[in-house]
Design a protein around this ligand. Sequence first.
Ligand SMILES: [Zn+2]
Ligand SMILES: [Zn+2]
Length: 201
Amino acid sequence: MKSLDEYLREAEQAHGHLCAGQVLGVRMAMVGLERLGIEDPRGTDRKRLVTFIEIDRCATDAVMVVTGCRLGKRALKFRDWGKMAATFVDVSSGRAVRVAAKESSKSLAREMHPEIPEKNRQQMLAYREMKEDDLFDVQWVTVNLPEEEFPGFKGKRIVCSACGEGINFRREVLRAGKVLCRACAGESYYIPLKERSTSGE
Ligand SMILES: [Zn+2]
Ligand SMILES: [Zn+2]
């Protein structure tokens, strides 16, 4: 593993700026990796790790930098819970650890650096210095990871009987004997403005 400063430099580059969220995210991921004994997550250990992230904010980018887990490798799982927390799963051993930022860390940052009025700068410095115990709750957990959730899983491609679009990796839904995509099964996040056309208009 690299040092906090090295990871912060990389995170700053990837994210576009350095902020309190980067510090939190980098430290969160380092704690997870350390507990799991994963030394080289982007090199020799790159197939060992799956990360569940519970927030889509600055810290998310930092967690991706340290772990190397990305959406495009199916090694990053997003749970939209609005919580500053992540769970790191060692798929080679099945061990998993959830690291959550303590709510009290914000007020502690104020106590540590009252001389810095600007919140982001205050937290950026305090989160660097804060003891792990003050910053995070760390908990061993079990994560049920079915085979289709593993980065390397390949299933057969199957077609939705309603919209005709192809579905990979067992994401289809079976309803009344019909194969449906999740949109047609009622989970859609979009509403088409007009009927599907093949002309592209
Ligand atoms: Zn940021
Ligand atoms: Zn469909």
